[in-house]
Design a protein around this ligand. Structure first.
Ligand code: S3P
Length: 173
């Protein structure tokens, strides 16, 4: 089917990085949902969380996601929580193909430990607490993530991973 390719997965799974690479390779526009929310709202995600709380952010996230309906097919990097709230996952599946970037918690911890200030759900926690926090949240979200149309696991080789994503994207567009 044609439609968008949505990348889902935990914070630090590389949705933005890989999304950009896939979009470039298949010559489709790239949209980063968080970036779009920040630009249009004129506030960082951290500011939105502090003003409106997580629930306020989820309302905006759902609204901005829905606005991608009917536009030309794009590669979309979602936020880590996007498929876990409301009927966002079903909606994305109706609008295209959803790929879960499955990434081991140890790798996520390594990538996220210097980036917690950008992630309100992790901000304020000591580095020593991150493994447990990330493990618990990942476990809670995994049932949603694994409902994706495709699950692609990162096994340490960037080229292999990108190729797997491209193979899926090319059959979609
Ligand atoms: C969130 C992940 C973030 C951002 C917000 C909430 C989450 O996106 O949407 O901080 O609930 O996991 P990234 O996955 O791009 O960090």
């Amino acid at each position: 089917m044609t439609g968008h390719v949505f990348l889902i997965g935990f914070m630090g799974s590389g949705k933005t990085r890989w999304g950009r690479a896939v979009a470039r390779a298949v010559s489709r526009p790239f949209i980063d949902l968080d970036e779009r929310i920040e630009t249009k709202e004129g506030k960082s995600i951290a500011e939105i969380f502090s003003i409106a709380g997580e629930s306020g952010f989820r309302v905006l996230e759902q609204q901005y996601l829905r606005r991608l309906g009917g536009i030309e097919p794009c590669v979309v990097a979602t936020g880590g929580g996007t498929p876990c709230f409301s009927d966002n996952l079903e909606w994305m599946q109706g609008e295209g193909t959803v790929i879960y970037l499955k990434t081991a918690p140890e790798i996520l911890v390594q990538r996220l430990k210097t980036e917690t200030h950008k992630r309100p759900l992790l901000a304020g926690h000591a580095e020593s607490e991150l493994p447990a926090i990330i493990q618990a949240r990942l476990e809670a979200r995994t049932p949603d993530y694994e409902r994706a149309d495709y699950v692609v696991e990162y096994r340490g080789d960037d080229d292999v991973f990108l190729q797997q994503l491209l193979d899926i994207a090319r059959t979609t567009f």
